[in-house]
Design a protein around this ligand. Structure first.
Ligand code: UTP
Length: 409
């Protein structure tokens, strides 16, 4: 993009402030700024103009039926056989969503490169790969792995995996792709400058993962391998079971387009989004959207009716994803403290929220998938999220859970 093209585009968009310091920049700075402007995804304009009503007011929410552990145990062998067969015939791939910033954990670089070991190094990526290798060893075939990164951590992530020999995988079985970046704006809708040569851009949430995978040309690879199911999972759960044959078998057997691993809520106000029906479509209702009455509603067995709390481990049918990829998913607008260029020319994070970021969420794809199987996991065996350094959902709590599951730290 030339300076003239950038100028015209930004004038049209009312964002000319991005070129305020252009004349002060050296050649590298000028080129970098123009390249960054060219990359801006303008979807945020529509999100600002027509914010999606996420309040739940116009929804027809009701509980959803799912698969409890008792039933899963009873039909374990049947489900497992279906799942193992699908894996052996190459129908399953894993997709690790690792484009996030991990701000709460407060480390530089990719969250998966965080060392959770005590007496020896044990990286988050490494522990997750050990879990995946359990399935690979059981089935005797590799489950191809696709890893989503962002501009903010791509180089570090790819070199980390290379350095560590792909954690027991072949290089050809691990493919990386980048997600899109969205600009951050101030409260007047103006894109914030992070530096004189850089607009504030951040990963656009985990909801665009399939569109990004497709854009990277990886659907051809999936088809060439005969993949029919994608298991997406978050980087922060170190007890994550990936390509779990029993989960896979149960989802295939159910005929649903999607399977969602879930912890079963026993406390009405637990802060986790739960699966539900909205009219005749499956959906998620966030914990803060549940009314008191809904949160406490119980079925004839005394269990909470809104009880399947999602843990960011989903199976998606590839053919359905391809069908819905162009459909719009809501963009969530979140007020945040955004690093910005200050009067003195320095870049700093403000003490108070100074603008808005735009994020699409993977969970919002469930509605478009049309059908979902909520699948209860044993919480202590499969859910050890690392969001913070200490306290709830932290390195400390995850270490305890790993130890309980026999992992040596
Ligand atoms: P979180 O919502 O916990 O976000 O991501 P985060 O960026 O990792 O952490 P904070 O909020 O800054 O502390 C859940 C999963 O989705 C991925 C993350 O890498 C993690 O696996 N994710 C999140 C993306 O891949 N892209 C995004 O833009 C956001």
């Amino acid at each position: 993009m030339t300076y003239q093209q950038a100028k015209e585009l930004l004038e049209k968009k009312g964002q000319s402030q991005l070129l305020k310091y252009y004349d002060e920049l050296d050649d590298n700075g000028k080129a970098g700024l123009l390249a960054a402007i060219e990359k801006i995804s303008w979807d945020f304009e529509d999100a600002l103009k027509n914010p999606v009503d996420l309040s739940g007011k116009n929804r027809e929410i009701r509980p959803i039926a799912g698969l409890r552990q008792s039933e899963i145990q009873r039909r374990h062998d049947e489900f497992e056989a279906i799942g193992v067969e699908a894996i052996k015939s190459g129908k399953v791939a894993a997709v690790l969503l690792a484009g996030g910033m991990g701000t709460r954990l407060g480390v530089d670089g990719p969250k998966g490169a965080y060392d959770i070991g005590i007496t020896k190094p044990l990286y988050i990526f490494e522990q997750q790969m050990k879990n995946l290798l359990d399935v690979v060893n059981q089935c005797g075939v590799k489950v191809p792995l696709y890893i989503m990164t962002s501009d903010k951590n791509h180089e570090q992530t790819t070199s980390f995996w290379k350095e560590h020999g792909y954690f027991g995988y072949e290089e050809s079985d691990v493919k990386f792709f980048k997600q899109e970046m969205a600009p951050a704006v101030d409260f007047d809708g103006k894109i914030i400058l992070e530096r004189k040569d850089l607009p504030a851009l951040s990963p656009n949430g985990n909801g665009g993962w399939f569109a990004s995978l497709q854009k990277a040309g990886l659907c051809e690879d999936l088809h060439a391998r005969g993949v029919e199911w994608l298991n997406i999972y978050a980087v922060d759960n170190v007890l994550q079971r990936i390509a779990d044959p029993v989960f896979l078998g149960a989802t295939i057997e159910s005929g649903a387009n999607c399977g969602a691993k879930a912890i079963f809520k026993t406390e009405p106000y637990e802060k986790v989004g739960v699966l539900c029906m909205d009219g005749d479509q499956p959906d998620i209702i966030e914990y803060y959207e549940l009314t008191d009455e809904m949160a406490n509603q119980r079925d004839e067995n005394g269990d909470l009716e809104y009880s399947y709390g999602v843990i960011m481990n989903y199976l998606f049918r590839l053919s359905k994803l391809e069908e819905i990829v162009d459909k719009k998913i809501p963009v969530h607008i979140v007020e945040k403290k955004i690093e910005c260029l200050c009067e003195d020319g320095e870049t700093r994070k403000p003490e108070k929220e100074n603008g808005k970021k735009f994020e699409a969420l993977a969970v919002d794809l469930i509605k478009l998938m049309g059908s979902v199987l909520p699948y209860e996991v044993v919480r202590e065996k499969e859910f050890a999220p690392i969001k913070n350094k200490t306290g709830i959902d932290s390195v400390e709590s995850a270490r305890e859970l790993l130890k309980m599951n026999g992992v040596e730290l």
